[in-house]
Design a binder for this molecule. Structure first.
Ligand SMILES: Nc1ncnc2c1ncn2[C@@H]1O[C@H](COP(=O)(O)OP(=O)(O)OP(=O)(O)O)[C@@H](O)[C@H]1O
Length: 356
């Protein structure tokens, strides 16, 4: 089953659009992004939308196998090609014929295999190990990596010619912390998915405060990490525990990146849909409910007027008091209220002079 590409952030919407344009061209695609961002999901979606979807999607992880094994997996081998080759076996290029070959972790492919790969991509021909025969193959190659291949080329660990062959269409998936808008949608999707898969588990969805916390967490393991948290929540049903157990120090995340993307409760998460562009005022005074029923329960104009005017009063009183060196009589005069009222309000709003 192909997992749909969940998300409503601009980068994900752009990627969805790109998928629909590229799917039937079968131009080589290079998908980049940190681990767990969804590179394989994008590859699967490209395949599912293409005319090749009735053929095979064959995946090979170029980082997981030693060089000789990777070579035999890719191209296959003849009987007796090496010790232990008791009978011939087709390789991934043959199995994926007319379909898709997904080369995961291409940045980890050994140099010696990169030249052979380039030859196959240019000619569409390959020979299994131990064979003189050339086979023709017609595969759509989609490659993925979490390495910076430009950097690898400078360090001479990745061939430039192969890079340009693979990088005809480039899809870069930003880390989850740079597209926080996708987090509530992903939570909703995986929550429903796991609920139908494990009906005996009863974890609850995050409330508004937890949702904001989850949105502001940097997710170094990206969607995979978020997904694991949701699975765990389905079993232990304690967002607090889950949140406390999340690793808090991630050296890759600069304060700058976090600040730029801080989720300030400006989206309402509801049945996998958002009402976005909500102002900070609404977020502050109405809150971030998890369902539309709750939203309407919580709105009382009278209550909101009181909350808003209290907030403004508190700020103005504190500002004036600070300006007059906490001289209450002067502040009361400036604010045109009695001394007694000022004391009452200072007490109510907990406005106190700084402790010396
Ligand atoms: N946009 C998305 N919508 C739905 N599921 C997603 C999305 N992105 C990632 N996932 C899920 O997160 C998990 C990790 O995704 P995937 O394996 O595609 O990441 P990756 O970038 O290929 O990771 P790696 O580099 O470690 O191989 C998968 O279970 C996948 O289903």
């Amino acid at each position: 089953m192909t997992i749909p590409l969940i998300g409503i952030s601009k980068p994900i919407l752009k990627i969805k659009e790109l998928i629909s344009h590229v799917a039937n061209t079968c131009l080589n695609v290079l998908i980049t992004g940190e681990t767990g961002v969804g590179k394989e999901v994008v590859a699967q979606n490209l395949y599912a939308e293409s005319t090749r979807s009735s053929k095979k999607f064959v995946k090979i992880n170029c980082a997981a196998l030693p060089e000789t094994l990777l070579e035999s997996e890719l191209y296959g081998f003849e009987k007796g090609a090496f010790t232990g080759a008791h009978k011939k076996r087709p390789g991934k290029f043959q199995t994926a014929d007319k379909g898709v070959l997904f080369l995961d972790e291409i940045g980890d492919m050994p140099m010696a295999l990169q030249s052979k790969m380039l030859h196959v991509l240019q000619s569409g021909e390959f020979s299994p190990l131990g064979s003189d025969q050339e086979f023709k193959t017609d595969v759509w190659v989609i490659a993925a990596t979490n390495h910076n291949l430009e950097q690898c080329m400078l360090q001479k660990t990745f061939r430039e010619d192969l890079f340009y062959r693979l990088n005809i269409i480039k899809i870069d998936i930003p880390p989850l912390r740079e597209r926080k808008k996708d987090i509530p949608a992903l939570i909703e999707y995986y929550f429903n998915l796991y609920k139908s898969e494990y009906p005996e588990n009863h974890g609850s969805k995050p409330d508004s405060d937890t949702l904001i916390k989850l949105c502001n967490y940097p997710w170094p393991g990206n969607v995979r990490q978020l997904q694991n948290c949701i699975k765990k929540q389905m079993v232990i049903n304690s967002w607090e525990k889950i949140f406390n157990e999340l690793p808090k120090n991630n050296h890759d995340i600069t304060p700058h990146t976090l600040e730029d993307n801080k989720f300030n409760a400006d989206q309402i998460f509801e049945n996998n849909e958002f009402v976005s562009d909500q102002s900070d005022i609404i977020s502050e005074f109405v809150g971030l409910p998890t369902s539309s029923d709750k939203l309407f329960e919580d709105i009382s104009l009278k209550k909101i007027k009181k909350l808003a005017s209290d907030k403004v009063e508190k700020e103005v009183i504190a500002f004036v008091l600070e300006k007059v060196g906490w001289n209450r009589s002067r502040a009361a005069k400036i604010l045109k209220i009695s001394y007694k009222t000022l004391l009452y309000k200072m007490n109510e709003f907990e406005v106190h002079p700084p402790v010396k």
